[in-house]
Design a protein around this ligand. Structure first.
Ligand SMILES: [Zn+2]
Length: 236
């Protein structure tokens, strides 16, 4: 068994590195790509996150990802993979910030997975976290996850709270071995070669976020930090 993973570039922002790494990297402007991950195999087409709403898509002049990609709408990204919105069987939302569920409404056939507490928080967000927009999940009926769970053979969601109340990382058996898409916003700077991983810069519970990122690092799987530049495809 082995799935492929194709990162689809649905947007880019230009924040401070401190958004990614708690108490580190402040004062450094970064390109922050917004990915949706297309996971294919075993006759299934699965999306991990649905990226940024097309209406929020803004491509800064001259921006191009290290892989040569330019951000475009999720529909356009899928067309390039030979797919339409009807072809998507399953959507897993790692969490429900606007840049991770902005296109949920596009997929009429998909079965959606998200954490129970994340869904509740998104429906009734606390004003401290402005990244929630209930409109993005209106009409989405979810399979509500409350524990580590095998979604389909070879794809597991793992509880990873802290960045948000109900983050889910996604562990995938790929053609190149296990890979994990983090359930919290981070980039390569969160995973230094030596020492512990760095707590995500945005969090509702810093200690839980720190524990979650160590747990994901400790899996020994290839890590796909969900806001990293130049993420490579894992082929089928
Ligand atoms: Zn994010």
């Amino acid at each position: 068994m082995g799935y492929s993973i194709t990162p689809l570039l649905t947007g880019v922002r230009n924040p401070d590195q401190g958004i990614m790494t708690y108490q580190q990297g402040y004062g450094k402007r970064i390109w922050l790509p917004i990915w949706s991950f297309l996971v294919r195999g075993e006759g299934r087409n699965i999306l991990v996150d649905t990226g940024l709403d097309e209406n929020e898509l803004f491509v800064p002049q001259g921006f191009i990802d290290e892989t040569g990609l330019v951000p475009q709408s999720l529909i356009e990204c899928l067309v390039q993979e030979g797919l339409s919105v009807e072809d998507i069987d399953i959507v897993i939302n790692t969490h429900l910030h606007d840049d991770h569920c902005g296109n949920n409404a596009l997929f009429p056939r998909a079965v959606f997975y998200a954490h129970k507490d994340e869904i509740a928080f998104c429906r009734n967000p606390h004003p401290i976290d402005h990244r929630y927009d209930t409109a993005f999940i209106e009409g989405t009926s979810f399979v509500e996850v409350d524990r580590d769970l095998e979604v389909v053979p070879g794809i597991r969601v793992l509880l990873s709270p802290g960045h948000t109340v109900g983050g889910l990382s996604v562990l995938i058996e790929t053609t190149q071995g296990p890979a994990v898409i983090t359930g919290f916003c981070c980039n390569a700077e969160n995973f230094p070669a030596n020492g512990p991983a760095v707590c995500p810069g945005v969090h509702l519970d810093a200690i839980a976020a720190w524990d979650s990122i160590q747990k994901i690092k400790g899996l020994g799987a290839r890590i796909l930090p969900m806001h990293d530049l130049g993420l490579q495809k894992i082929p089928g």
